[in-house]
Design a protein around this ligand. Structure first.
Ligand code: HEC
Ligand code: HEC
Length: 281
């Protein structure tokens, strides 16, 4: 009997360990996905502020948006949210009350990620320290502040065709890295100009002038695969210039944390894009 109890105890302990190990693994994966998706940079007021507690100002032609608190605080964060509400927000741009988010939250890119990855990100966010910092109202004026108008924007510009995660480079670049949110120019209504895909923009908001990253001579035509792989790790360009500003954050908090295989997959994908000249307007 004693032996049987001993065996039973060990088996149960083994199961407990395995379970906590797999949830640890899940959280680690969630952190990796959150890093490349850049959630922290945008949902943290400034460097050194409470991570994920929001308050980061996004200046756009439509006004200033302030990112909300996405820590697990029940009152001011998303502590009361269900997994389903989270997936609806991040992948579909729909608020728990059924109204729409503004696309200053790059949900049109995240729409292309798998539900499983969105759930892993949710799992990771539940492990960060809760913060009771209250959300700040956006400073945008009518009609841009009318959430229901987003219904029309969505019909025109929201394309939630998923990307196959097996196409790793494309998946990392768009579904998680949302690189085209800055590197593809937009029309006056804030929709992507598809025939200038990744060709850069002279007046992107809030990043300002954003370079062409297609393999055209105006873009990364002179860059080798190795140049890109090391740029994603260190921010150093082939001409030894150091990367600045918004892209510096993308690298320090995102691409520098990727595995070598993932950085290589992104480099191969960018080099496979159609070469497009930089728009002159
Ligand atoms: C470029 C900035 C930016 C990035 C990157 C970003 N967000 Fe946001 N997020 C926003 C803005 C702005 C809003 C508010 C939009 C609105 O009010 O319509 C928002 C809203 C949200 C909300 C809704 C919160 C609420 O209280 O309603 C959640 C959840 C969220 N983001 C999660 C994420 C996650 C997870 C990621 C990474 C996968 C992420 N965000 C990346 C800007 C960003
Ligand atoms: C928030 C806006 C933003 C996002 C998101 C963004 N970038 Fe950038 N990117 C920039 C800006 C601005 C520069 C110019 C920085 C500089 O020259 O110092 C830049 C520069 C670059 C360069 C160097 C190009 C050159 O000719 O110097 C590459 C390559 C690049 N980005 C790739 C990417 C990839 C891949 C992603 C997605 C993982 C991405 N970017 C996401 C804004 C962004």
């Amino acid at each position: 009997m004693k032996l049987l109890k001993g065996i039973l105890f060990s088996v149960l302990m083994g199961m407990v360990c395995l379970f906590s190990f797999s949830s640890l693994l899940q959280a680690a994966e969630g952190e990796y996905l959150t890093a490349i998706a850049g959630c922290k940079g945008c949902h943290t007021k400034e460097e050194g502020a409470t991570p994920f507690a929001g308050g980061h100002a996004l200046k756009t032609p439509f006004g200033v948006f302030y990112t909300p608190n996405i820590t697990p605080d029940e009152e001011n964060g998303i502590g009361n949210w269900t997994e389903d509400q989270f997936v609806q927000a991040v992948k579909h741009g729909i608020r728990p009350d059924g109204s729409y988010y503004f696309p200053s939250f790059p949900y049109p890119s995240y729409a292309k990620m798998t539900d499983e990855d969105a759930k892993k990100i949710f799992g990771f966010l539940k492990t960060v320290a809760p913060s009771d910092i209250a959300n700040k109202e956006h400073e945008i004026s009518a009609p841009f502040s009318w959430r229901w108008l987003q219904a029309f924007w969505r019909v025109l510009f929201f394309d939630d065709t998923p990307i196959d995660p097996e196409e790793r480079g494309k998946y990392l670049t768009h579904a998680l890295g949302h690189c085209s949110e800055c590197h593809t120019p937009r029309n006056q209504m804030g929709g992507f100009i598809q025939d200038r895909f990744m060709a850069g923009s002279l007046k992107s908001e809030p990043a300002g002038k954003v370079p062409n990253i297609t393999p055209h001579a105006d873009g990364i035509g002179e860059w080798s695969r190795g140049d890109l792989i090391s740029f994603f790790e260190s921010g150093m360009k082939p001409n030894f210039d150091d990367v600045q500003g918004e892209m510096g954050i993308v690298i320090s908090q995102g691409t520098s944390r990727l595995s070598l295989e993932d950085r290589a997959a992104m480099a191969d994908y960018l080099l496979s894009l159609p070469a497009i000249a930089t728009p002159k307007d």
